[in-house]
Design a binder for this molecule. Structure first.
Ligand code: COA
Length: 334
């Protein structure tokens, strides 16, 4: 995406939160026809986190934002805009952004929720980038947060082993240095993919009734094999595209930050880009697929471990329901 504005948008702080409760693969062995071995070899997942039933998505988002503010040494009143990526908002409305704004006392911020499933974080970051590049906003929080346990059918072995709960947040600020921060973004959608991955109940087409509940329409539905095939191609192609478009080679990329849906999809993407495994941010084995939270939790964990350095090139890539997919190229600024 061409930047015609006076600024580049750079990430200046990161934070994340995962619930304490660990659900390992053996938990599912106890009541489903599955095994730790099947789950690990087919997905790369060993365990995932589950948030307490009584707590909503905003609880995790707020914890992630608090860490981000602490790292940057600023107060919430300095924030202009809060964008929340989620498929599990606290409720249909008001938006989770409004709930966070009230709970945290973000008196100078406006905000909204953005729904792009597993690509929610990169779509939100691309949206936030525009406000920074144009010069109209100076401090934007983008938070990816999902309580997937709220929309998971724990009787369905095809999906329940995949998902976890988490939140990750980044702070975006302007810089006049056009060579750092977010360098490029390529976003795509294809509604043809909707039939393979969706949640049919609860919207205006199928409002909640006894029937929609009985038919399990308020849970994630996925035809894994079809999504797998399309995700491998979509994510690998767009990651390669952004690298080539910006005249970079695999050697110049410090990290691929892929959406964490399946280790085999991640490996195929890294291979296409010519990246060795040590250049791929991974936390799928510990957290599973946390939808909007996978990419920011990865970045936050690696940054806090001292593994991300100024001037590192990061390629953030995702693929999810919609279909939605894309890549963002970042030259790390701090
Ligand atoms: N334990 C044991 N067996 C299981 C299982 C489980 N938890 N889940 C499915 N199976 C079975 C299936 O029923 C099927 O059995 P069958 O051949 O008798 O019908 C068999 O394993 C193979 O199923 P399949 O769907 O072909 O497995 P897969 O190798 O494609 O792996 C996924 C399934 C879901 C892990 C994989 O398809 C996937 O990751 N899909 C994409 C996810 C994604 O990227 N989503 C987008 C973003 S959210």
């Amino acid at each position: 995406m061409d930047n015609k504005g006076p600024y580049n948008a750079m990430i200046t702080s990161v934070g994340h939160y995962v619930p304490d409760r660990v659900i390992d693969n053996r938990y599912f062995e106890q009541y489903l026809d599955t095994s730790d071995e099947w789950i690990r070899t087919r997905t790369g997942i060993s365990e995932r986190r589950r948030l307490d039933k009584s707590k909503p998505t905003s609880f995790m988002a707020i914890k992630a934002i608090e860490k981000l503010l602490q790292n940057r040494g600023i107060g919430i009143e300095e924030i202009d805009l809060i964008i929340v990526a989620s498929v599990t908002p606290d409720m249909i409305y008001p938006s989770t952004a409004c709930i966070i704004q009230k709970e945290m006392g973000a008196v100078n911020a406006w905000g909204f929720d953005l729904l792009a499933a597993c690509s929610g974080f990169i779509f939100s970051l691309t949206t936030a980038m525009q406000f920074i590049q144009a010069g109209s906003h100076r401090k934007i929080i983008v938070v990816g947060a999902d309580k997937m346990s709220a929309i998971t059918n724990f009787e369905d072995r095809n999906t329940c082993i995949l998902f976890g709960d988490a939140a990750g947040a980044v702070l975006l600020e302007p810089t006049e240095d056009k060579s750092i921060g977010i360098i490029d973004a390529i976003m795509k959608i294809d509604g043809e993919g909707g039939k393979y991955l969706h949640q049919l109940g609860g919207g205006s087409l199928n409002p909640a009734t006894h029937e929609t509940v009985d038919k399990r329409m308020h849970f994630v539905y996925q035809e894994g094999k079809n999504v797998f095939k399309d995700a491998v191609k979509g994510m690998a192609d767009v990651s390669y595209e952004i690298m080539k478009k910006n005249n970079l080679t695999g050697e110049q990329i410090s990290y691929l930050v892929p959406h964490q849906a399946n280790m085999r999809i991640i490996s195929a993407c890294a291979e296409r880009m010519g990246l060795s495994e040590d250049k791929v941010m991974i936390n799928i084995h510990r957290y599973g697929n946390t939808t909007s939270a996978t990419i920011p939790t990865c970045i936050s964990e690696y940054w806090h471990a001292g593994k991300v350095k100024k001037d590192d090139y990061l390629v953030l890539s995702s693929f999810g329901a919609g279909y939605t997919w894309g890549s963002i190229l970042v030259k790390w600024a701090y």
